[in-house]
Ligand binder design. Sequence first.
Ligand SMILES: *Cc1c(COP(=O)(O)O)cnc(C)c1O
Length: 361
Amino acid sequence: MTHKRLNFLPGPVDVSEKVKEAFCGAPLSHRSPEFLDILKSVKEKLCKMTGAKRAQVLMGSGTLSNDAAAAQLSLLEGQGLIITNGEFGERLIDHANRFSLDSQSLKYSWGEPLDYYEISEALKNNSAIKWIWAVHSETSTGVLNDIDRLKTVCAEYGSLLVLDCISSIGTVPVDLRHVYLATGVSGKGLKSYPGLSMVFHNSDILPTRADIPRYLDLYQYSRSESVPFTVSSNLVSALEAALQYTDYEKRYQHIDELSGLLRGLLTDSGFNVLSSQKDAAPSVLTIPLPEYISSCEFGKAMEDEGYYIHHRSGYLESRNWVQIALMGESLEQDLETLVVQMESYVLQTKNRDKGTTESVK
Ligand SMILES: *Cc1c(COP(=O)(O)O)cnc(C)c1O
């Protein structure tokens, strides 16, 4: 066992000393002017970063923000189209079903890019479709869907675009202009603690319906500048520090460089990367393992060496996949030593298996 602990998880990510310090203050009243100033600054920074006109901050994980988006979609007339190519896209269908949204889905294989021509044909052939809901960075597969192409399709057919940007914001540039609603979180790309999520919007939030639960009611958030009830000032202060002290432009570039390096190292060592380079989300690489290696044992063996790669989600376990995320503070040499460890684990397993077959003979 080593004491090193390198975080290659797609959240929670490592937070800086500034973020820790900001979190540790005494909790402020959510009605105090001091707190309201910090929250205002958080919202301004989030809007500046994404080009969205407004942002609501919610207390809860990303799933909460997608439920709040579904609640808002339930107020719209017309049908929706949900486009999926992985776990988180498929969860959007589940979010929609729980609100009985009138929607259809277009499903693509996990790890494949979307077919934008087919999406455009779907809108052309059904003028009742008024909104599209999709994931930007599909965290389960490491595929980055193309929001510019989705925007173009939506503009052509007058449809609203709703995006789950939960793992893209803070890892790649995200332009939310002309997007109806988009969701994000504090604890992945933005590099703060988990616990806050956000809904970005460019137009006014529609007045609510009485059956929408209070916690999911974006109208309440938008009317009260995101403070309809208690909000943790510690989480908001931590996020404010992350937004203030992280140079995101530099971060995007760093992640991109590391991602290219890691893909090369993995390929050279005989590992497959699920996404093709041209569709890749730079911050997550998904690696399907050969049958003779168990993703759980592999992941645990890497943890014993101090490398925390991701293998603990059901959708990874059932497919024998592991993931290396670059949302923390990785260095080139950490990636090099990680891939050496991975390769040597594979070799050892191969040799061990050979040993057993020979002794069985
Ligand atoms: C993590 C993630 C979610 C779910 O967020 P939680 O914070 O775990 O609730 C949804 N969508 C995407 C794309 C994600 O990466």
